[in-house]
Design a protein around this ligand. Structure first.
Ligand code: WT7
Length: 631
């Protein structure tokens, strides 16, 4: 199935028809997939509810499109190419035929353990092929997977398991990341002390240890598969049946479960994959994300596999055993498309050119970035040192909620402009609004980015709380999806993403709500109040800055340590504040609201541009904060 647009002219004409007649446009694409029963209608929608349905009445199973359809044409082609953490361990090649059988066998194992269509299964795994296999096996039988990134704490996992009322957890005995080893089964054990819904834990044993085994609950991967056939008919799913839940942070409350469905997600992940990366048969494609994030779902697993690509999975980290690892792997496997995050590029750039220079990177055709705005310096370095000025850079803007890439170049067809993500993909209709909700047609205006017509992989609901989905994404502006990002359009119609306009911080491409971190900090008995903001960070994009008021029972140093520890416990190491400033007061309005705008200016070293502070209850606290600011 070749869905590629092959020139900028083709893109322009596809874009035009996608706007003029979205149904006909998407029908032309969707009918190329394998449907168990064809759909009756392309799209039905009402953003005000929101109620969005794609490929209405169709029956489909996404795994038939990722696996079965390739058995004739490319059974022996490598589907998943796995590069282990350790340099001296051999890479693993899993062919499409092998993958099909592995998925079917594990799907049967899940069934044998009582997992049925609609059941939720939480995955807490290292970046090993079994993670992709487990996702596909769930989808095969109609179970809903929810992958929790293995950097989250036991408490964060427990929150997600409970929100989804998951029946099963799949994990491993060990996670390797660089020179670190983590017993993640132990973290699952802790989480499950608070989770009554989980009946069974399947442990992939890379090390072969049965740590703290709960007889009757825990089962090894091999035990689970015993006696299971390696063929398993795909469950016929309604287009709109849930495929997965993926939790992500917002500006308020606990992380919410973003829901994607079989039909629409399948079509959009595949269409965007082929067009953005211009994947050609035989290419080796590598996305360095973790499957715990949406990037891994759409562009390691589903998009590439449905396209019949060879997709690489990397277990390790960019700096191990040295900061040349990415390029070493690109050379070793002759990678053609390489997709990573600006934070990784900036970190590697900081390590020096000597770690790139020695490697043969001539196989590279397309470079991609995702997760946060890429600054010009990093863009230039990536373009020159990695792409040797021969590779287009696709700066892909999208979100967990959008399911797939929304604004980006398409391989080398599109004009390039550093720091601009570029043009919307066909079917995507962005608009820029002002605070009053008016659409601003003139270019150059910095406003709020909204999307005004559904696309097949738009978020359907937030699991267990549809009202929240409506409030967060569909209520800010009438009949529009609101992204939470600020953006502007240039005179040629290219979009530049400026960053979040809500209380979400983006740390190394990972999203955290300031409220979520404050809630964690406030759990500590010696904390009276806290306020968290993001600050510009050279490598991470944004860092986390916490202002904390403590009780008199604890000294500063002890409190700082306690704050770090509690964030680690409640969310995970990845959310630990970079700076903690212990203070006696916070800038509040007369009505008691913390003025975050002021805090953001202070931590960005822009205290000279505080603006109007006359509404503050006690303007003097501001001077104290400025005096004590940490850098
Ligand atoms: C937020 C979504 C889906 C990819 C991984 C992150 C920011 C994402 C870009 C980009 C500027 C970007 C936005 C967005 N973002 N890509 N190319 N340029 N900003 O997914 O965790 O759902 O975060 O990441 O602020 O809203 P996510």
């Amino acid at each position: 199935m070749d869905l590629r647009l092959k020139s900028f002219e083709e893109y322009k004409s596809a874009y035009k028809s996608s706007v003029e007649n979205p149904d006909a446009f998407w029908d032309g694409i969707a009918k190329q997939f394998k449907w168990i029963k064809p759909y009756d209608k392309v799209c039905e929608w009402d953003f005000r509810k929101p109620d969005v349905k794609w490929f209405v009445g169709g029956k489909v199973n996404i795994t038939e499109n990722a696996l079965d359809v390739h058995l004739q044409e490319r059974p022996d082609q490598t589907a998943i190419l796995w590069e282990p953490n350790e340099v001296n361990e051999p890479a693993l090649e899993i062919s499409y035929k092998e993958l099909y059988h592995k998925v079917c066998r594990f799907a049967n194992a899940l069934k044998k353990q009582g997992i049925q269509k609609g059941d939720r299964v939480v995955l807490y795994m290292p970046m090993v092929p079994e993670l992709a296999i487990a996702c596909l096996a769930c989808a095969r039988i109609g179970a809903i997977h929810s992958v929790v990134f293995a950097g989250f704490s036991a408490k964060a996992m427990a929150d997600r398991i409970n929100d989804a009322s998951a029946k099963m957890v799949i994990t491993a005995d060990e996670l390797r990341r660089g020179d670190k080893r983590l017993n993640i089964k132990e973290i699952v054990d802790t989480a499950l002390e608070e989770c009554a819904s989980v009946e069974r834990v399947i442990v992939y044993q890379s090390k072969g240890e049965k740590h703290n085994w709960h007889e009757g609950r825990d089962l090894s991967w091999d035990e689970a598969e015993e006696g299971c056939s390696d063929d398993c008919a795909a469950e016929p799913m309604d287009s709109e049946d849930m495929l997965f839940i993926l939790y992500t942070s917002g500006s308020t409350g606990k992380p919410k479960g973003v829901v994607h469905t079989h039909g629409g997600y399948m079509v959009y992940a595949t269409y965007s994959f082929q067009n953005v990366f211009q994947y050609e048969p035989g290419d080796i494609y590598w996305c360095t994300a973790d499957i715990g994030w949406i990037t891994g779902h759409s562009y390691i697993v589903y998009g590439p596999l449905i396209s019949g690509a060879t997709t690489m999975m990397f277990e390790g980290i960019p700096s191990y055993p040295d900061p040349g690892r990415f390029w070493k792997v690109c050379e070793k496997h002759k990678v053609n498309q390489f997709y990573t995050a600006p934070t990784a590029i900036r970190a590697l750039m900081g390590c020096g050119n000597e770690f790139v220079e020695g490697y043969d990177l001539s196989s590279l055709k397309v470079l991609g970035t995702v997760g946060e705005p890429i600054n010009e310096e990093a863009w230039e370095w990536y373009h020159k040192m990695v792409g040797k000025e021969n590779c287009p850079i696709v700066d892909t803007w999208w979100q967990t909620e959008t399911g797939g890439i929304m604004i980006s170049g398409l391989g080398d067809h599109s004009p390039q402009k550093p720091t601009f993500a570029g043009y919307p993909l066909p079917g995507i209709q962005p608009v820029i609004k002002n605070d009053k909700g008016e659409t601003i047609e003139e270019n150059g205006f910095e406003g709020l980015l909204c999307i005004q017509h559904p696309w097949p992989s738009v978020i359907r609901t937030t699991y267990g709380n549809h009202e929240r989905c409506k409030q967060v994404y569909f209520s800010a502006f009438d009949n529009c999806y609101f992204t939470g990002d600020g953006a502007k359009r240039d005179e040629n119609g290219m979009y530049r993403i400026i960053g979040r306009v809500d209380d979400v911080i983006n740390v190394s491409g990972h999203r955290f709500g300031t409220a979520e971190i404050e809630d964690a900090i406030n759990q500590h008995p010696e904390v009276i109040e806290s306020a968290v903001v993001g600050f510009p960070h050279e490598v991470k994009g944004q860092g986390i800055y916490a202002f904390v008021i403590g009780s008199s029972n604890i000294h500063e140093e002890g409190l700082e340590k306690a704050v770090r520890a509690i964030v680690e416990e409640m969310i995970g190491k990845i959310a630990r504040p970079d700076h903690i400033q212990i203070v006696d007061g916070l800038p509040k309005t007369r009505s008691g609201k913390i003025m975050r705008r002021i805090l953001r200016k202070i931590v960005a070293n822009e205290a000279d541009q505080l603006g109007d502070t006359s509404t503050l209850l006690d303007p003097e606290v501001v001077d104290k904060l400025i005096d004590g600011v940490k850098t």
